[in-house]
Design a protein around this ligand. Structure first.
Ligand SMILES: *Cc1c(COP(=O)(O)O)cnc(C)c1O
Length: 396
């Protein structure tokens, strides 16, 4: 059955992924099932998306009732779920205004456009430059790719949009060296995800914020992966006490419904005027009903508090593995966004784990990434470690 699905898929889907050879069909809590009925413990959450786990009835019911009410209106009119979601998002992110998108990539596009427009309005010139980071990941569209500092994603698609330069992450001097009169913004992830699970150093983030203040330029924080409770604060920047001027979100924001957001302070938001930016679907009642329910359930189930209860245990267990196996070089991350760096590519471990009923993913070639649903318990951590150890022993 599964084999046949995969054969069919390989005929009709574009070959942009080397997919693992399973077809996922159903989810329950923190477990997934393939079309052959095999069960997997999920430590990937659809790449840091399904924070609440699968089959949450309250979440599902909210979506079902929104479907019966109204799915889409376009942004030519107001709709109630979007207004509610905007209030919740602004409160949670401590930003003043928000624009809802359909993906992380689009949130980055919007953030870059807003930064450019802000500069244009302030200086009357369209020559602004953005400083982004090496090994960053911000998405795959031409604009988002242009600020992504990873050569293998970019190379074949150049020329990309201009006015972007790249600094070394966690190296303030390298950022300073790129500062110019026409720098309009510095863009970074508080915890680099795809780049290998690197949290920003406190000094670095504070230094970047000061640089922005001193030169009147904008700090854009990409919290698409590290936001929405994953690190043990609703947004990772809250660990640092360093507030961005523009913040991007997506992934767990809709917990499975495609939705993203970029938000900004009043002053920065005011650079946008009617006609500057738009989207047909973005912030539609269906997507924003999901956002509303996610925030409600985060509150009701104290999800962030739960992350802070379970994350130290995951960290402890991963540190233990790192000390036991020579070929594990490092454990890095924050909260339930963790990575183990190996001295070799982790693809075989990922495949072996899957055979044994555990879904984990990589971040780059050598880093095993742990971004489970935020509702996992210590027992799930133990279950994960037991399977992972079987894999580690097999390759030892
Ligand atoms: C996933 C991701 C994106 C892109 O989001 P999509 O929803 O895939 O478009 C951008 N930035 C970061 C940090 C991400 O993790």
């Amino acid at each position: 059955m599964m084999k046949q699905y995969i054969e069919e898929a390989d005929q009709v889907l574009m070959h942009t992924y080397s997919r693992f050879q399973i077809v996922l069909d159903k989810g329950e809590g923190v477990y997934l099932f393939d079309t052959d009925g095999k069960k997997y413990l999920d430590f990937a959450a659809g790449i840091a998306v399904f924070a609440l786990g699968y089959g949450n009835h309250e979440y599902n019911d909210a979506l079902k009732s929104q479907i019966d009410q109204i799915l889409h209106t376009s942004n030519l009119y107001y709709n109630v779920p979007a207004i509610e979601a905007a209030k919740k998002f602004c409160k949670a992110s401590q930003m003043d205004r928000v624009f809802f998108t359909n993906s992380g990539t689009e949130s980055i596009e919007g953030a870059v456009k807003l930064a450019r427009k802000y500069y244009y309005k302030k200086h009357g010139r369209a020559d602004s430059e953005i400083i982004s980071m090496n090994h960053s990941f911000h998405g795959r569209s031409m604009g988002a790719l242009s600020v992504t500092g990873t050569k293998k994603y970019r190379e074949a698609f150049e020329p990309l949009i201009g006015g972007v330069v790249f600094a070394e992450y966690n190296n303030l001097e390298s950022v300073k060296a790129l500062m110019k009169e026409n720098t309009c913004a510095i863009l970074l992830e508080p915890v680099q995800g795809e780049g290998g699970l690197y949290p920003a150093d406190k000094d670095f983030l504070e230094g970047v914020r000061k640089l922005c203040n001193d030169h009147g330029i904008l700090l854009i924080l990409d919290e698409i992966q590290c936001g929405m409770g994953r690190t043990g604060e609703l947004f990772a920047y809250q660990h640092y006490g360093v507030k961005p001027d523009i913040l991007t979100s997506a992934k767990a924001l809709g917990c499975g419904v495609p939705v993203g957001a970029f938000a900004a302070t009043e002053e920065v938001s005011s650079a946008f005027e009617p006609g500057d930016h738009g989207t047909t679907y973005g912030g539609n009642p269906f997507a924003t009903a999901a956002v509303n329910k996610v925030f409600e359930l985060f509150d009701q189930n104290k999800v962030v508090q739960h992350v802070n209860e379970v994350a130290p245990y995951l960290t402890y267990k991963l540190d233990e593995l790192a000390s036991q196996y020579d070929f594990i070089l490092d454990r890095r991350g924050m909260g339930l966004m963790q990575g183990l760096e190996f001295s070799f590519p982790v693809k075989d471990i990922v495949t072996m784990a899957m055979d044994k009923g555990l879904i984990v993913i990589s971040a780059g070639a050598n880093v095993l990434r742990f971004v489970p649903p935020l509702v996992i318990t210590k027992a799930h951590v133990d279950e994960m470690v037991t399977i992972l150890e079987q894999c580690l022993k097999a390759i030892h």
